[in-house]
Design a protein around this ligand. Sequence first.
Ligand code: NAI
Length: 303
Amino acid sequence: MGSSLREKVVVVTGAGGGLGRAVALRMAAEGASVVVNDVGAALDGSGSDAGPAQSVVTEIEAAGGTAVANTDSVAGWDSARSIVATAVDTFGRIDAVVNNAGIVRDRMFFTMTEQEWRSVIDVHLHGSFFVSRAASEHFKAQRSGAYVHMTSTSGLIGNIGQANYAAAKLGIVGLSRIIAGDMERYGVRSNCIAPFAWSRMTASIPTDTPEQKDRVEKLKRMEPEKVAPLAAYLVSPVSDVTGQIFSVRANEVYLMSQHRPVRTMHRDGGWDVEAIADDLIPALRPSFTPLQVTTDVVSWDPV
Ligand code: NAI
């Protein structure tokens, strides 16, 4: 057991399984009291089950740690407030939030329904805002606090059939960046992690082609436990890091780039369509971002 989070209180959303469970166990092993939040939903967000959150609490307690279960949804303003209230009511304070709860409703963009769009945005983007916002009142008053938000290379790089999920996950990157700026004056930090981990979420990736099958076999080697130490570091008082995006894949940790101008061209008197076609685009084209998916960019096996 470490002690980097001794006397700290950490909320981990969606912690009944997968990455959230691994993060909650690590936080507790580092000495934190943990609110294990999970509605116990199916992968597509349907249903609820108090079992997963409670069973992770039991695991933490069996290992000598301190935790309490909460089964409220991150996706509502009031229910998110009650997740944060559980931390304050049970442990007297809140020091960190890990926005990890998530669902997937994959569909090609051109057939995606309103419900598939809204439900994914609700849990990821609205949920991350609601829980963060509820905690911000405590963080501001005590002039300390830290956020970790789980984003995805689906948004950062690209993936097929995840318009809802990618939009939500890039939205979370924007949310994190602005939280970091707005709350810097209160000593509050905010960072993102784009995890690679074998979980029921990655198990939903289609395996229709040999390439997809091969990809999934590699994904199985990426243990959720490998992501947890970075999450623990980022919320711990030893860290001064804020406004960054990391990725973790087995034993690799990546620092991801963030959008900045890559090239600029000036034209006296402004641009017209012809000049854009003839001068601007040929000048910029060598710097265009190719239409790639994550596996094109991170093409090597997990190490
Ligand atoms: P998971 O499906 O095992 O865990 C997500 C948890 O969130 C579930 O236990 C579910 O019950 C809970 N949940 C769903 N809706 C909720 C709500 N409204 N309120 C509270 N809890 C809710 O998935 P996994 O893989 O552990 O994913 C965790 C996070 O990491 C997600 O945000 C996911 O998008 C992200 N991520 C995962 C990747 C991976 O490789 N596994 C890749 C990129 C991102």
